[in-house]
Design a protein around this ligand. Structure first.
Ligand SMILES: *[C@@H]1O[C@H](CO)[C@@H](O)[C@H](O)[C@H]1NC(C)=O
Ligand SMILES: *[C@@H]1O[C@H](CO)[C@@H](O)[C@H](O)[C@H]1NC(C)=O
Ligand SMILES: *[C@@H]1O[C@H](CO)[C@@H](O)[C@H](O)[C@H]1NC(C)=O
Ligand SMILES: *[C@@H]1O[C@H](CO)[C@@H](O)[C@H](O)[C@H]1NC(C)=O
Ligand SMILES: *[C@@H]1O[C@H](CO)[C@@H](O)[C@H](O)[C@H]1NC(C)=O
Ligand SMILES: *[C@@H]1O[C@H](CO)[C@@H](O)[C@H](O)[C@H]1NC(C)=O
Length: 431
């Protein structure tokens, strides 16, 4: 009897030891599930690595970490990302972007007419009130649904992951805006399915950003404020975290405030300077295009330097060189009212949740425009707390969605869980 126990005991021990040594000496398992941030303007893919616990965001298309969410359909085939952007100017009616604004959403005829004014490609309503993009390929009209555009972008990211792993990838987690309803979530999942992926879960972008900071694992963190300031929109969410469970308590935003507006102010300032110097206005399209790119570069530089130089040859003014130094102080002054508006939705989510700034345990920043020093300092002063800035704000969502992918893929040492509870709160729009 006792010898049987001893035999059983040793074999159990052997199995345990084998497991232990396997974990010590075998190469870590390859990621099986990828995380995808299908963004309005940029999309990226990442994966969680067992053992180190690192997330890598994959590079694709000439070393970029994220690709523009742009698809061009030509007679000779389909282009995605930077390749699609490169030919956009010559092919405006077949270059599709902003598909995320239309996915799984009903539009009235009037809403569609309003939306159509912003786009150079043709929008069409089907009998259910859903939008398609109408393009001409090989001389005939073709309707492309927003989820098909999404699937082409996802496919490109899937292939990047497969090249990196030298293995097929067929499971993923996707992130969606917190305000997406069930239909929008379903159609986003459909985009993944068309690309050949089994979508294990969709998670809210603010939750993903919080997970990028590991906030699902910290027991002393309860209230998290997520501020997402992108190219054209501002979204603020207040999340409650409790034992790995996330609940969105409030959302507020301004979908007409973002990096483009700061560029526009700077552009107007420089145009006034040019008009003052040359006694005439700059109206040449090509010069304006070059100036816009200059302004964008200067704005980015002012995040790291106290001043930056606008310098360009004005071809419509007989190739005259125009130079103007822009200081960070000036940039902050001409945008001061816009920067202050970032605080409005923050106040609204605090009001609706009846929380004070002191009740907020962490502040997470998302989106390239949250790198602007003035935006960070305003939020810090308003909340009496330094926002988290360890994760690149443009990669926070893809990083978090990859952590969720790692959890669902059972990747050691992730033994935690992270679950989102359904919420009924509606987003408050501020204009
Ligand atoms: C991966 O994680 C290890 C240990 O946590 C760290 O030392 C290393 O720098 C990380 N590598 C990358 C590429 O982030
Ligand atoms: C256009 O026609 C050519 C030749 O028939 C075909 O190879 C190509 O795939 C078509 N383009 C698209 C986007 O369907
Ligand atoms: C919205 O779209 C769905 C299709 O997903 C359709 O069944 C429904 O009737 C539409 N609702 C309205 C109000 O147009
Ligand atoms: C996979 O991606 C990681 C992180 O970007 C990179 O370090 C590695 O070299 C890539 N491997 C291959 C085979 O492309
Ligand atoms: C979304 O998909 C789920 C599962 O496929 C389904 O049960 C649900 O009815 C769908 N919702 C809508 C609004 O289509
Ligand atoms: C931006 O900064 C880089 C180096 O940090 C510099 O090479 C470039 O000339 C700067 N551009 C402008 C417009 O100031």
């Amino acid at each position: 009897m006792s010898s049987l126990y001893i035999i059983l005991g040793t074999s159990v021990l052997a199995v345990l030891l084998a497991g232990y040594f396997a974990q010590m000496y075998l190469p870590p398992p390859k990621p099986k599930v990828v995380g995808i941030d299908l963004g309005t303007t940029f999309s990226c893919v990442g994966m969680y690595h067992a053992v180190t616990g690192n997330v890598s965001v994959l590079t694709t298309q000439g070393g970029h970490k994220c690709i523009p969410s742009v698809v061009a359909i030509l007679d000779r085939g389909i282009l995605v990302g930077y390749d699609a952007v490169a030919q956009a100017e010559h092919n405006p009616s077949n270059t599709l972007y902003d598909a995320k604004r239309f996915i799984g959403k009903n539009f009235s005829t009037k809403e569609l007419e309003e939306a159509q004014k912003q786009y150079s490609f043709k929008l069409k309503l089907d009998q259910f009130g859903m939008v398609s993009f109408s393009i001409v390929v090989n001389g005939t009209e073709r309707l492309i649904a927003p989820q098909e555009v999404g699937s082409i972008i996802i496919q490109e990211l899937k292939q990047a992951a497969e090249r990196n792993l030298s293995a097929p990838v067929n499971r993923a987690v996707l992130s969606v805006p917190a305000e997406f309803d069930e239909n929008q979530r379903n159609f986003t999942m459909k985009a993944g399915a068309i690309a050949g992926l089994d979508i294990l879960r969709v998670i809210n972008e603010p939750t993903a950003a919080a997970m990028a900071y590991g906030l699902h694992t910290k027991s002393n963190i309860h209230n998290v404020l997520v501020v997402d300031l992108g190219g054209g929109t501002l979204d603020v969410s207040l999340l409650n975290v409790q034992g790995g469970m996330f609940l969105t308590q409030a959302m507020a935003g301004n979908n007409r405030l973002g990096g483009q507006d700061f560029n526009q102010r700077l552009l107007e300032y420089v145009l006034e300077k040019i008009a003052g110097t040359f006694k005439k206005s700059l109206i040449d399209k090509e010069d304006l295009q070059v100036l816009r790119m200059n302004v964008e570069e200067v704005k980015l530089n002012l995040t790291y330097h106290k001043s930056a130089l606008i310098s360009l040859q004005l071809h419509s003014f007989g190739n005259t060189l125009f130079k103007e130094t822009i200081t960070r102080d000036l940039f902050e002054k001409i945008n001061s009212d816009l920067f202050l508006r970032v605080l409005e939705p923050i106040d609204r989510v605090l009001q609706t949740t009846e929380l004070t700034p002191e009740d907020v345990d962490e502040i997470v920043l998302v989106g390239g425009s949250t790198r602007i020093p003035r935006v960070i300092s305003l939020v810090e002063k308003h909340m009496s707390r330094r926002p988290n800035t360890n994760v690149d704000p443009e990669l926070a969502v893809v990083t978090g969605v990859s952590v969720q992918a790692g959890i669902l893929g059972g990747m050691w040492p992730l033994t935690v869980s992270a679950v989102e509870l359904p919420t009924r709160v509606r987003k408050i729009h501020i204009h």
